[in-house]
Design a protein around this ligand. Structure first.
Ligand SMILES: Cc1cc2nc3c(=O)[nH]c(=O)nc-3n(C[C@H](O)[C@H](O)[C@H](O)COP(=O)(O)OP(=O)(O)OC[C@H]3O[C@@H](n4cnc5c(N)ncnc54)[C@H](O)[C@@H]3O)c2cc1C
Length: 396
């Protein structure tokens, strides 16, 4: 079929791209390996410009209804030091001067539901993309589906099949960078930290040379994130006692914490060597992985999806020639390297630093930025990813 776009993966990135393309009248098929949309707990922060972009699908309103608006974010330490930033200083540049805390699977539900109403779009579940071939005029996928293995052809392919992307592997594109030796543990509890830690905002990073942590509130629970060491065994890290020990360091309390969810996952700082090979593109985690401090991974992926799907729609409708598609990589890859990777890696270093001089300088810098509206605005433009979208828009 002419100008039929194939997408591997029904995560937030694949589903955003599919909605953009279908809205532009382009036929699109999403292949998802799982039998239904996965509901595992992963990212839960939607940044201001992401909410602005998702508004066109009516999805931001739904996320706000299902989630929590976080107007402030804080850096803290155990001594009581707090540097607080209020997203309100961005009110003139975004329709959403706050983060929304809501689980990413809820966005996926909203996007898939919307896609089901668009006649030119389809999601095929239990359909794993296992091979990719391409010629001058189109791509051919090998898909393992409920009725066995078959070939599917289309004009373009978006590999939005996550960190272990089969599409990336089939295209032979290396994922360059490194993996941190430690993994991150996320544990959720219904304990109300805001009742015991005065003024605690919904997003709070605690620097600590012994063991930093991060508290983030979603509806009904706080999620606490901790680094683990390479020496610890998975069973110990994930045990009730192991998590209890870490939570008691956050706030020592009588009685045990009720733990409602736990995940342990590896953390990377990696970017694909290229985002395009012929008629196939990579987007989201398939193209870049970073540590979650700063809530930028899923958001950056969603920004990729809008950029790529917009370009593909213009090419498919004959509004511009196919050379315009090269701009996608020029726009989005430097952002992954220079903004997302750099900021998320610096966040980690600042929180974990054992060097008293580094700690002192960072705290002073944060306190100064938080108390000066001009500096606070500059800082929030960066961490809320507005600056990276502006940089991408400027790419020729
Ligand atoms: C355990 C975990 C916890 C995380 N926690 C956080 C967090 O706290 N904060 C944060 O900012 N980010 C977090 N992330 C990262 C965040 O979830 C990702 O950045 C985001 O999901 C990227 O979206 P995506 O659509 O690119 O990929 P994904 O959400 O991974 O979606 C890819 C989809 O492709 C499907 N798929 C895979 N292979 C194939 C195939 N061969 N054929 C067809 N379909 C396929 C998968 O089933 C999946 O549905 C976490 C990630 C993980 C793994």
């Amino acid at each position: 079929m002419m100008n039929h776009v194939l997408i591997a993966g029904a995560g937030p990135v694949g589903l955003v791209a599919a909605n953009c393309l279908a809205d532009a009248g382009i036929p699109v098929t999403v292949f998802e390996a799982e039998p239904r949309l996965p509901e595992n707990l992963r990212a839960s922060t939607f940044q201001p410009p992401t909410l602005d972009l998702l508004s066109q699908f009516g999805a931001s309103r739904r996320l706000i209804e299902m989630g929590r608006i976080a107007r402030r974010m804080q850096y803290r330490d155990r001594s009581g030091w707090v540097a607080e930033f209020d997203f309100d200083v961005l009110a003139d540049v975004t329709g959403h001067p706050y983060r929304v805390q809501c689980e990413q699977f809820r966005l996926n539900g909203v996007l898939a539901e919307r896609l089901a109403r668009l006649p030119q779009a389809r999601i095929e579940f239990s359909s794993a993309v296992v091979g990719v071939e391409q010629g001058a005029d189109g791509v051919s996928l090998t898909v393992d589906g409920p009725a066995g293995r078959r070939a599917v052809t289309g004009s373009w392919l978006i590999g939005a099949d996550g960190g272990r992307s089969r599409v990336r592997e089939a295209l032979g594109i290396p994922l360059e960078g490194y993996t941190w030796p430690e993994r991150f543990l996320v544990a959720s509890t219904r304990f109300e930290f805001a009742d015991v830690i005065p003024g605690l905002s919904d997003v709070s990073y605690f620097a600590d040379p012994e063991e930093w942590f991060f508290l983030l509130r979603v509806v009904g629970v706080w999620r606490a994130m901790f680094p683990t060491t390479a020496e610890e065994q998975d069973a110990d890290i994930l045990s009730d006692d192991g998590i209890e020990r870490r939570l008691q360091r956050v706030w020592p309390k009588a009685g045990r914490y009720e733990i409602v969810h736990r995940t342990l996952y590896p953390v990377h700082q990696r970017v694909a060597a290229t985002y395009r090979k012929g008629r196939a593109f990579l987007a989201g985690d398939a193209a870049h992985l970073n540590n979650p401090l700063g809530g930028m991974g899923m958001n950056g992926g969603i920004h990729d999806a809008f950029s790529l799907a917009g370009a593909l729609a213009r090419v498919a409708r004959g509004e511009t020639d196919a050379a315009a598609l090269d701009r996608y990589e020029r726009q989005r890859r430097p952002v992954a390297l220079e903004y997302v990777n750099t900021i998320s890696a610096a966040n980690k270093r600042n929180l974990e630093s054992r060097d008293p001089e580094h700690q002192r300088r960072w705290r002073e810098e944060m306190s100064r930025a938080a108390s000066d509206p001009r500096l606070a605005r500059e800082y929030l433009l960066k961490v809320s990813m507005i600056a990276s979208l502006r940089k991408a828009a400027d790419a020729a």
